[in-house]
Design a protein around this ligand. Structure first.
Ligand SMILES: [Fe+2]
Length: 333
């Protein structure tokens, strides 16, 4: 048994229960195989925070998340995501974790996929990357040209404009270290945050991180009858389920915005139903004011949410180390 399954988030457990497991996975993949992969991905456009307008002039950021390269997401969909991203001509691509599913079997494929992006790529890891082997996932990403930020920040110069990017490691498995990530941050520069878990944004906004991009929830994958809000919000305890939350307006008190991407892939079942659950590439025009372009939706009110107990996060952290030790014991090949 793949012990990754023992720790799957309630969101995925819910989806799996709803689907009926492996038979539905096969049926889903057959159905996906008959579709034009480009038609399965929504390309959504948003302006950046108002505060960036004073400092940036039209930087285009492409945000993807939860590629989950592996058995459950056809390669044609991964390739379509790369092609759509390149067609949008972004200055920078950012990917917010869960590059793989439950194993290291598809790392060569991951490397080839990320190498396909024409713009520079910055990423952070997610819970599935830690379960599968963070060191190996990082290596594959770096071979493919991705800069991986593990609780760190960096400054990129894009078309003669400086953008600061802060990347938190995965908070779900207890690997996020905010203090380390904030160290040396230049408060005079516009800062974009990356975090697999969206709720981390609440504690980044007071440090001037005006926009945080995230993933993890897959928008619930099945969003008919607001099922995603039940599964991701009420059962899994997320405040932020899909799309924009917070504020992009200029404020005097510390505030900011967070975007939860619906993701490209899946780790358990391939199905996605409903507009919000559609696979997604989000394009952010930094330097454009909110309201200046036609957006899919505006900032939403957060759900009530329920933060995980520190003991639960510690348990998840320990589970990652247990898996690592188990892999290290396995004979090579
Ligand atoms: Fe994921």
């Amino acid at each position: 048994m793949d012990d990754g399954r023992q720790s799957i988030p309630p969101t995925e457990a819910f989806a799996e229960a709803l689907s009926g497991g492996l038979d539905m996975e096969r049926a889903g993949l057959r159905w996906l195989g008959r579709k034009d992969p480009r038609s399965l991905i929504a390309v959504r456009h948003f302006a950046g925070p108002e505060s960036y307008c004073l400092k940036l002039d039209g930087l285009r950021i492409a945000h993807l998340t939860d590629l989950h390269v592996g058995r459950v997401t056809p390669l044609a969909i991964q390739n379509a995501a790369v092609a759509l991203t390149n067609e949008a001509k972004p200055d920078l691509v950012v990917i917010t974790g869960d590059f793989v599913c439950h194993s290291q079997k598809y790392l060569d494929q991951l490397e080839a996929i990320v190498r396909g992006f024409e713009a520079p790529v910055i990423g952070v890891l997610g819970n599935h990357d830690h379960w599968s082997g963070a060191a190996e996932v990082r290596k594959a990403l770096r071979r493919g040209g991705v800069e991986v930020l593990d609780n760190a920040n960096t400054i990129v110069t894009l078309r003669h404009q400086k953008l600061q990017v802060l990347g938190l490691d995965d908070a779900y498995t207890g690997h996020a270290d905010r203090e380390r990530a904030l160290k040396g941050l230049d408060p005079t520069l516009p800062t974009l945050g990356l975090s697999h878990i969206a709720e981390e944004a609440d504690r980044l906004w007071p440090h001037g991180v005006g926009l945080v991009l995230s993933g993890h929830t897959h928008a619930g994958q099945i969003t008919l009858a607001r099922l995603h809000e039940l599964a991701i919000g009420h059962l899994a305890g997320h405040k932020y389920v899909h799309g924009l939350y917070g504020t992009r307006a200029l404020r005097t008190d510390p505030g900011g915005a967070v975007y939860v991407g619906a993701g490209i892939g899946a780790a358990v079942i391939p199905f996605r139903l409903g507009d919000r659950g559609k696979r997604e590439l989000a394009i952010f025009e930094l330097g454009m004011a909110p309201g200046s372009l036609d957006e899919h939706h505006v900032e939403q009110a957060p759900l009530k949410g329920r933060a995980p107990r520190p003991s639960l996060t510690a348990k998840r952290h320990a589970a990652v180390h247990k898996k690592h030790a188990k892999r290290a014991k396995k004979p090579a090949g």
